[in-house]
Design a protein around this ligand. Sequence first.
Ligand code: FA5
Length: 344
Amino acid sequence: MNPETLKQEAYTDIEACNNLQELEAVRVKYVGRKSELTLALRGLKDLPLEERRNAAPKLQQARKEIEGMLASKEKELASSKAEAKVDLTRPGTRHAFGHLHPLTLMEKEVVDIFTSMNFSVIDGPEVETEHYNFDVLNIPANHPAREMWDTFWLKGGNDSRSRKLLRTHTSPMQVRYMETHTPPLQIIVPGRVFRYEATDASHEINFYQVEGLMVGRDVSLANFKYVIEEFLKKMFGPKTEFRFRPSYFPFTEPSVEVDVRLVGGKGEQSESLRAIAESRKSEWLEVMGAGMVNPKVFEAAGYNPEEWQGFAFGVGLERLAMLKYKIPDIRLFYSDDLRIINQF
Ligand code: FA5
């Protein structure tokens, strides 16, 4: 064994090490208990004196040098490992935070505005009976007015109190709430509703409404107009233009629909709102149905219509969100397209 060649080989192997495990293997190979060098050192005692004198210092020197190389490489590897752990100059990893869906944001905003006007927030069932969805709202079986609400029926039930459906609007909560509460009252009911109908840019089969109901001894259409004007101005700004249009609902008399102006007028003009106007062939977008509660609805709830009066409305949450966030197609809310959702 030539100590010079051995040192050379050890040097090459040590330099090639990338981590402490590899270095340990090299250490075992060159200076371990069974290494060539150790065995040679151990064998010195069996050599004739002259040879021993000659070989010993070279072997010991080789061992010392190899151990030195190993130690400095170990230091180098250990420090680069420590540096890798806390490299203060590396850019940080950004944590991904979740955020609220635009419809959730919209619902929060509607709730905030109405609670600031002293309305309470109530919840209701999405699976409803025919009785509450239609009968108590003055929409008898076989009446053509039922055709205003395309309905998903559930199997089973043999009368209108047991036949079930996915509610077509939040209006069933009017009677449900009045049956268990005494007036005066003012509530809103946000919730999901379902309709078996063809979809387009402003119609979904699954959407959200917020029902409103205010009952007192002398609550009038003027009060309705004030509350809704306040609501729309707080929601869309003081420049927003809207209109009340005469309409028909079996459970209100008189009935109105409320539209918000999309284009023209003095409000903000936007590409997306123009697109909605074009697809609907109208400058206006209907956002809610409303009216004075029909006396028949009060009777169904056990109230005396001679004594109580009030207004009710049902506003479409997606329609509000389309206007507020300038979203041209209602289907985008449910499309899971991250390019839309991540903007909120
Ligand atoms: C109703 O559902 C009545 N219950 C509203 C009402 C309540 C009237 C209380 C009187 C008193 P309508 O079907 O028009 O009415 O729907 C009300 C609102 O829901 C519409 O103005 C619109 O904003 C929204 N809407 C209706 N259908 C859809 C649909 N397919 N997709 C998205 N939004 C819809």
